[in-house]
Design a protein around this ligand. Structure first.
Ligand code: PMP
Length: 755
């Protein structure tokens, strides 16, 4: 603690000279508050900012090396902490010896924007964000170690009781002394729980002056000077302890921090039980160390900066029972996956299925990755709804910014609706020029049927076998996947089912160059069709690639019989198949009606139907069409942002390249395996069909389910589908990279061969 007597005595002019000499940085220096070092904010004429840290002369070089290594380690997974900038000679740690004689080590760090948490209002969401930031830091520190952090250090909470017992009797203020001594007695009772805590490298000082806030989010965590190998839960205890200061309900403040933390990282039971006592221990330690420091360096305000609030809040905290705090923290944890499943079973319809033998509980998504409640990352290779990536910031921003201003319906004029419709039709070939906006693929298909029927005045619909078009009564009636499946009641008389043009196991195979035309011939048997509806690449049907000329032939037959053609692009739109923006384009056709859903809102509920002016005119028969939410201002803002991202990030071409690579790898690694019957698809819309026997094509459904479950256990999310449930579906969010493709193919090959 006598380090305070060895703090560097450097003034701003000297700091400016030092920055120039060591780092070639020309900057004005301003002193920053610090306990034992001397830190300067540097600002260059161009406005670039840095922090020059001149260490206490008692600081060991090894500890500074440990801090640098920790900063480097965490920078791989978080941007919350500063980075170390090398000197002009390449050194990460320099030294400087003033006239007075003692050497100080010097480092230059990047500047982080934001103001100290201590100087802003701290509503619950900000405190939750603090908890999440600390969890992010702890996760980023995982796997980090350095010999210098295994040290005897008075701020180490694992030594807290010893340190406090040594000083508490000499605390000058009698009532504070009495309170601290009483609290130490109480904390002592949790010592057995402390002893079982996990250990890890921890920052050890995320107090409210070391945490930076910009707006409503935490943007920085500073000062690794107290880094130590200690209780893994220390950072949370410290952040939560300082968050209680000055609050009318300090426990509620701590609960917010703990809630945010547990959203990102799991705590163990004994950690939850003793967390509050560890928070108390930190505040007692602060009282005691400040007392000792006051004795050493009277009149230094920075040391006492937290003491007023601590003395004011400690009595309120002392009134909280450890058990009550534990249960409040436990409630803030949310539920385990098992508890969530049990709760869901009680109150949610049972036929909403849950994927995987061991269901995944996902709490966060980022581009092609999902994260469970313990922070485990999964590669999402299944979800085609978050087309441009889970939580894509551009889409999130468009939605939130619009929601802050206006969200209303289509009966008022707003430029976003017109703009979105203009942008959408510009992606489609002529004469598809008229849009309608709804809230899901099902609603869009419902509307498509109404449009077709209004235009043709006919009721009969032609569909493909194994198709799924949505969850409404009418759509179940036109979805063989449902009406021929469990609980289904078969096809109504007005629905006509054509065989799925599956050239792997259907009647006409790939060796038949006229398979497309031959499958189309089945449409001739249907009299007076109102419409033909099909996915341009059937997905639920088993990731089917339609044979050449199939849609052209079938469309010609249907049109000749007076029907219109509907392309259900709910699964395949927006460049997913790589070669074209819409999958029907690969078949060289233009449907009369295009149905859009899933990807166009990137997870926000958006559906759209685009048709020809003639059909739109037939539909405009006097009855108003209106959807309360369809085409809302926020929907249009989201729809526009998704289109922007798809175009500006070149996602279609990306899907083509990564998809080609993935197909190639899958074929190379799995093509010869007897269980693998077929590998097909285009872009990031692929299927791997499993068979028990390559000659009979007997479907290997149980094997497919098992493989999908074991891939989940290995951190890759896939699904199975097809009429026989034996096709592994690969349809990741479009940011899926070449490295993800390699990883997926290699893991799948391993899982398939170790059966
Ligand atoms: N059409 C197709 C081809 C689909 O795959 C789906 C959904 N899986 C739908 C329509 C229905 O869309 P939603 O679930 O958004 O109503």
């Amino acid at each position: 603690m006598d380090a305070l007597l060895h703090a560097p005595r450097l003034n701003p002019a000297e700091a400016t000279a030092l920055a120039q000499q060591l780092y070639g940085v020309d900057a004005e220096a301003a002193l920053l508050p610090s306990e034992r070092d001397r830190n300067f904010a540097l600002r260059t004429a161009a406005g670039d900012r840095f922090v020059l840290k001149v260490a206490n002369s008692t600081d060991q070089r090894a500890l500074l090396e440990a801090q640098n290594a920790a900063l480097q380690h965490v920078s791989r997974s978080t941007t919350l902490c500063p980075r170390v900038i090398p000197a002009t000679d390449g050194q990460m740690i320099c030294s400087f010896t003033p006239e007075s004689g003692t050497r100080h080590f010097v480092r230059l760090l990047t500047w982080l924007e934001g103001e100290p948490l201590a100087s802003v209002q701290q509503p619950a969401p900000l405190l939750e964000s603090l908890g999440t930031a600390v969890a992010e830091l702890d996760t980023a520190l995982e796997g980090f170690d350095h010999p210098a952090i295994h040290r005897e250090f008075h701020w180490d909470l694992a030594r807290g009781l010893v340190v406090c017992h040594g000083i508490a009797p000499s605390v000058a203020d009698p009532s504070l002394r009495e309170l601290v001594l009483r609290l130490l007695g109480r904390i002592e009772r949790s010592a057995a729980l402390f002893a079982r805590f996990r250990r890890a490298a921890v920052h050890n000082d995320p107090n409210d002056y070391n945490v930076l806030v910009t707006g409503e989010t935490i943007t920085g965590l500073l000062d690794f000077g107290d880094i130590v190998y200690s209780y893994a839960v220390s950072d949370l205890a410290i952040a939560a302890a300082y968050a209680t200061l000055g609050k009318r309900d300090p426990l509620a403040a701590a609960v917010s921090v703990v809630r945010g933390y547990q959203r990102q990282r799991a705590l163990e039971e004994n950690e939850i039980d003793a967390l509050f006592e560890l928070m108390l221990l930190r505040l007692c330690t602060s009282v005691c160390i400040a007392e000792r420091q006051r004795q050493l360096r009277p009149g230094d305000d920075y040391l006492a900066i937290s003491q007023g609030p601590i003395a004011a809040t400690l009595p309120l905290l002392a009134a909280v029972e450890a058990a009550d705090a534990g249960s409040a923290f436990r409630c803030a944890r949310g539920r385990t996956a098992e508890e969530t499943l049990a709760a869901r079973r009680r109150v949610v319809g049972r036929n909403l299925s849950v994927a995987y033998r061991h269901p995944v509980k996902i709490v966060r998504g980022w581009m092609q990755y999902l994260y469970d409640e313990s922070g485990r990352q999964y590669l999402d290779a299944y979800n085609n709804v978050p087309h441009v990536g889970h939580s894509h910031p551009r889409v999130v921003r468009a939605a939130t910014e619009q929601m802050l201003v206006l969200n209303t319906n289509t009966r008022y004029l707003h430029d976003k609706l017109a703009r979105y419709a203009e942008r959408l039709v510009a992606t489609l070939p002529s004469p598809l020029r008229v849009c309608y906006f709804v809230n899901s693929g099902s609603e869009a298909n419902e509307l498509a049927l109404r449009l077709a029927r209004a235009h043709t005045m006919r009721r009969d619909i032609i569909v493909l076998d194994a198709a799924y078009h949505g969850n409404t009564t009418t759509l179940i009636d036109i979805s063989p996947y449902k009406f021929n499946g469990a609980g289904g009641e078969g096809a109504p008389p007005w629905v006509h089912v054509l065989p799925l043009p599956d050239t792997y196991r259907g009647k006409y195979r790939r060796d038949d160059p006229r398979a497309g035309e031959k499958y189309a011939e089945f449409a001739r048997h249907v009299r007076n069709p109102g419409a033909f509806i099909a996915e341009s690449a059937p997905s639920v049907g088993g990731q089917i690639v339609l044979p050449d000329r199939y849609l052209a032939s079938v469309y010609a037959i249907v049109r000749a019989a007076g029907g219109v053609c509907i392309a259900d692009e709910v699964q395949t739109a927006y460049g997913r198949t790589g070669t074209h923006f819409y999958a029907f384009e690969a078949q060289h056709v233009v449907p009369e009606i295009v149905v859009l859903g899933k990807p166009i809102g990137n997870g926000y509920p958006l559906g759209a139907v685009v048709t020809t002016p003639e059909i739109a005119a037939s539909f405009d028969n006097g009855m108003e069409f209106f959807s309360t939410f369809g085409g809302s201002t926020v929907s249009c803002a989201v729809g526009l942002a998704v289109l922007d991202v798809v175009e500006q990030e070149g996602l279609q071409e990306h899907a083509r390249q990564v998809g080609d690579l993935l197909l190639e790898r899958l074929r190379a690694l799995l093509g010869e395996h007897p269980l693998v019957g077929d590998i097909r698809g285009s872009g990031l819309f692929l299927g791997v069909e499993l068979v028990k026997d390559r000659a009979t094509l007997e479907p290997a459904a149980a094997e497919a389910a098992d493989i999908s479950n074991r891939m989940r256990d290995r951190g890759i999310l896939l699904g199975t589908d097809g009429p026989f449930h034996n096709v592994i579906k690969i349809r990741p969010p479009m940011p899926f990279t070449a490295a993800d493709a390699e990883h997926l193919a290699a893991t799948l090959a391993e899982v398939v061969s170790h059966r």
